[in-house]
Write a protein that binds this ligand. Sequence first.
Ligand code: NAD
Ligand code: MG
Length: 384
Amino acid sequence: MKHIAILGSTGSIGENTLAVIRHFPKSFKAVALATHSNIEILLKQIKEFRPEYVCVADREAALKLRSRLKGNLKIFAGEEGLEELVSKSKADKVVLAISGSAALPPLLKAIENGKDIALANKEALVMAGPLVMKMASRNKIKILPIDSEQSAIWQCLEGEKYGNLKNIYLTASGGPFRKTGRNRLRKISRSQVLKHPKWSMGPKITVDSATLMNKGLEVLEAMFLFDVPCAKIKVLVHPEAIIHSMVEFIDGVVIAQLSETDMRIPIQYALSYPERLANSLPAIDFYKLKELHFEKPDFGKFPCLGLAYRAATALGTSPAVLNAANEVSVGEFLDKRLEFISIPRVIEKVLNKHRNIAEPDLTEIKAADSWAREEAYNIIERLN
Ligand code: NAD
Ligand code: MG
């Protein structure tokens, strides 16, 4: 029986993780759950899964939860509460399913406490990848990816020598605007962006999928997880989203990982690794599928992808700056204070002003993150 803590249990990945746990009650137990403020869903989860600890990052919502719960379930509150929950819970694996940079402190805390990580969140790794990976290897922690592309690359590399890797083909569905003309992107609304053709996900990653920044963040994520330079990572648009990524080796062999587009599949593997468990999730029907398609990404139409490669080449504090400027821009877009087409413009302006620090420590990364957020807000204010 594996004991699992889920940070971000009320989100899309969090709920899918609980669906996997529900399906395998003899293999997994959810011992700790955490949300930002969604206590309605958390209450249902507490009733069903009976965790030892919960955390509500929003303090007011934590008080509300206390008033609605009988018994003495331990409730941690605030951002520090997430770290306390990670240290105190008996979980042997922590699922990081919080969106955005808020995942970095509990991620570091989990590594410090010797807990393996099933990592869905990408922003924390993008911000501080080299530090996180170094700390994980020092503490002998496994970082098991949940993001479907990283899960695919991980599975393709199982048992292989990393030195034999020639290229990674990181696949992308292309998002909702793959076929939309560049000029029409000017008039894109929030609701058009929030309709992803292949995946149902939280709002932030759905916007990132529409700008292709999600793929850019994944380039950085793959670099850090698998210690591969970005020159060896090729983005490949594959609209069916059946091949979740591929690895090409020096002898011309390509290994791909294929499965239906269902996040429960990579989540289950990150939980069960190194075992595989039989499930009843949909399997690929190749007779129905018939064809798979591939295209080059359009860097002109989706400048976020090029900006991510720029940060991936510069490294240092640049990925943290890219991520922070993106988080602010996406937030402002979701709050209807920024147009879709302006998201990459803001990020580019922030990157242009940034003075990169090579091999930064955590304090320098946090300072770069705060600086970039402030710059992004200033730029957006001037645009409006
Ligand atoms: P979501 O918005 O649906 O859920 C986010 C969860 O995190 C919620 O439970 C929310 O309450 C919690 N949360 C947010 N801010 C918090 C904070 N400050 N403190 C504590 N909890 C907080 O997002 P999602 O789609 O589930 O994505 C989560 C992460 O997984 C993201 O980093 C995303 O990039 C990554 N990811 C998601 C998918 C997907 O299919 N949804 C796929 C790959 C990777
Ligand atoms: Mg992905």
